[in-house]
Structure formats: C-alpha cells, structure tokens
Design a protein around this ligand. Structure first.
Ligand SMILES: Nc1ncnc2c1ncn2[C@@H]1O[C@H](COP(=O)(O)OP(=O)(O)OP(=O)(O)O)[C@@H](O)[C@H]1O
Ligand SMILES: [Mg+2]
Length: 247
C-alpha cells in the first residue's frame, strides 16, 4: 500500500546494459561491423527486479561490492537513467551528487563551474551571486577559485560538488561516494551539513565504501549484491552481515 510519507518508490526495476562482446580496434572497424550488423552484444543485468520504498526524512545507506548496482540504482532514482523495466517515482526536489565531476566542465574554473552548475540546477544568476562566497568558503577553495578544475585533486572537485549541491536544502539529497574522497576535516564538516539537512527533514541516500560513515549517519541500510537487494534493515545489523561477507 502506498503511504503518504513515501517519497521514493522503486517498483520492480530491472536495468540491462548492452556490453560489446568482442574487441573492436578502430572506429572504422566498428562502423564496418555496425553496418554489416556484425557487432555482437551481450546483455548485462545490472539491476534485477529491485523494489524499495523510502520515507520522508529517512537517511538510507547503500552498501555492496564494486559493480553490485548501487550507482545504477541511484541514477535511476534521480532520473539520470531510465530503467529497462519497472518504475521509479520520487517526490520532491533532488540534488544528485553521483559521479565525481559530473556536471562540471574540466576546462572551466571553479567560479565558472559554480555559475554553470547553478543554472543547470535551475538557480538564477542573482541567486548564485548571493551564494557564491558561501560555496567557495565551504569548499575552502578561495585560493583556487580562478584555476581550471582539471588542475584540481579529486578531493578538491568533490568539495566543490558537495558545496554546490548543498547550498539550498533539497528535499532529497543523493551522495554517491563523494564524501569519502574528501579529507577527514572536510568529511567531518560535510557530515555535519548532512546532519543539519536531516534535522530539517531532507531525505538522504548515501553510497559509501566506508562502513564507519554509513554506521555514523544512516537509519537504515540496503545491501545490494549482483543487482539484487540481498538484505535491508537496521544499520548495525546489515553492516555486521556485510562486513562478514566473502567474494
Ligand atoms: N553505461 C553502462 N554500460 C554498460 N554497463 C554498465 C553501465 N553502467 C554500469 N554498468 C555495469 O553495471 C554494473 C553495476 O555498476 P554500478 O556502477 O551500478 O556499480 P556500483 O555498485 O556503483 O559499483 P562501485 O562500488 O564500483 O561504484 C557493473 O557491472 C557495470 O559494469
Ligand atoms: Mg558506484
């Protein structure tokens, strides 16, 4: 039964990707094979019939080995990917922090990227001008604001991304692995900001390979394994099971 407090409803979602089966060495060879219909693909099922509901204000952690489907699921929830089967509905504004540097232009400076990102997120130039100092200050990139971000370290890019995504309180915040790239001081600071959002009623979805971080922040954990939900429930219980897993 749908509940009024449900803000994310994932219903029987399956995601298939076509993976090239053979190695093609050049674009020319690719085109010839494409035209001759000789390209062979293998279907890969990244998510297999996943269903999940999340309530307003919940902080959900996603754990699972590399390739288990975490990022794919979050991309479907945020509308970046369309599932092959099933539906994903979310209610409210979403700030997705999915991939490091996604939405950034590496040749532009932090300043330029802040305005670019702001317009993508639907903020006016005026709003971004008002928020600019706060973003730079939170990301601690004052000295680097006019440097092209291709010269940034991965932690610096993550800091900029997190600072932009959290200037206004979204109804749903999605954080995929971004926090673990920042140093421990930035992690502490961003966790505090997430806590503040949680207190304000934001629903937060976190993917992290840092089990400590998941245990500190989350009310509930979803464990994905080979594209399926292996277990979901109480944070300490699921983390304990996950830590004892073997390949
Ligand atoms: N665009 C794509 N095309 C083909 N296969 C893909 C694509 N995106 C993801 N996959 C495959 O789907 C599977 C799940 O990937 P996903 O990125 O969701 O894993 P993950 O759980 O986030 O892993 P990690 O912990 O390494 O971030 C992987 O096997 C990956 O190769
Ligand atoms: Mg991932």
């Amino acid at each position: 039964m749908p509940d009024l407090s449900d803000v994310i409803i994932v219903n029987n979602v399956t995601m298939r990707f076509n993976m090239p089966k053979e190695k093609v060495d050049s674009i020319k060879e690719y085109l010839i094979k494409f035209l001759k219909r000789q390209l062979k693909f293998e279907e890969f099922v990244a998510l297999n019939n996943v269903s999940l509901t999340i309530k307003k204000g919940e902080v959900i952690g996603f754990v699972g080995l590399n390739g288990s489907g975490k990022s794919t699921l979050l991309k479907i929830i945020s509308g970046i990917l369309k599932p092959s089967e099933g539906t994903a509905i979310s209610i409210g504004s979403i700030s997705p922090l999915i991939e490091l540097g996604a939405g950034f232009d590496m040749d532009l400076t932090a300043r330029e990227n802040i305005f670019l990102n702001g317009s993508v997120l639907g903020y006016s130039k005026h709003t971004m001008e008002q928020k600019y100092d706060e973003i730079i200050e939170f990301s601690e990139l004052q000295e680097f604001q006019d440097v092209a971000i291709k010269n940034y370290s991965s932690g610096m890019i993550a800091r900029l991304g997190f600072s932009i995504a959290t200037i206004t309180r979204p109804e749903i915040l999605i954080v995929d692995e971004i926090l673990s790239v920042g140093d421990f001081l930035f992690q502490r600071k961003s966790e505090k900001r997430i806590q503040e959002m949680m207190n304000g009623g934001t629903t937060v979805l976190i993917v992290s390979h840092s089990i400590d971080q998941i245990e500190r922040l989350c009310d509930r954990v979803v464990w994905l394994d080979k594209g399926k939900i292996k277990a979901t429930g109480n944070t300490s219980e699921i983390c304990e099971m996950y830590k004892n897993t073997t390949r």
